[in-house]
Ligand binder design. Structure first.
Ligand code: GRF
Length: 193
């Protein structure tokens, strides 16, 4: 599979995926990490793990072609979006339909959509007075955060939470949810193939 990280590139979900896919019984391995920038914490993690890193940016004029080339050359079957803030090219979404997963730091359909990322999501959860929050792993479609939900894990929102504290609690859930959801969709796919 390919993991596409964002330009901020903290890469903690990438780290969770790299770790979860180590055991031989995990049904996928990370064959390439695609980053919009050449150097970030995420690319550093990938290099330390000995995984191929490619720089492909949505700002590239030939973004779709470059991305397709990288995915093809790494024989990618599954794509995980781990921090990518921009929409994938429509052609890539179609070509990998049902095989692209994204993790979002709220209980979708609440607090998703364009512009809802990072601390903004947790600020909205607190402003909405939600009792619980969590994360969602979903399949990627042409609309931001709207694809079928694969898995959600939830946690309480504490009365004295700040967006940062809530973000940290939800991030731990993301690290558990992403590999679980990935395994789930791959195994479901294998059963119907
Ligand atoms: C996570 O909060 C994820 O939900 C969102 O982007 C962030 C990426 O964090 N899609 P990291 O780079 O994996 O640490």
């Amino acid at each position: 599979m390919a993991v596409l990280v964002g330009s901020k590139g903290r890469g903690s979900n990438l780290g969770a995926l790299l770790e979860a896919t180590q055991p031989a019984d995990f049904p996928a391995e990370v064959s390439v990490v695609v980053s919009p920038v050449p150097e970030s914490q995420a690319t550093e993690r990938a290099k330390l793990a000995g995984v191929r890193v490619e720089t492909v940016s949505p700002k590239d004029a030939d973004y779709t072609r470059r991305l397709r080339e990288v995915l093809d050359s790494a024989r990618v079957e599954w794509v995980c979006l781990a921090g990518l803030m921009t929409k994938l090219p429509a052609d890539i979404v179609d070509e990998y339909s049902g095989r692209i997963l994204n993790v979002h730091p709220s209980l979708l359909p609440k607090h998703g959509g364009q512009g809802m990322y990072g601390l903004r999501v947790h600020e909205a959860v607190l402003a909405g007075g939600e009792a619980r929050s969590g994360c969602t792993v979903h399949l990627v479609t042409h609309q931001y955060d709207e694809g079928p939900i694969v898995l959600q894990l939830d946690c309480p929102v504490e009365p004295d939470d700040t967006p940062e504290r809530l973000a940290a609690r939800v991030l731990e859930l993301e690290h558990r949810a992403f590999p679980l959801a990935l395994r789930q969709v791959i195994e479901a796919h294998a059963r119907t193939a």
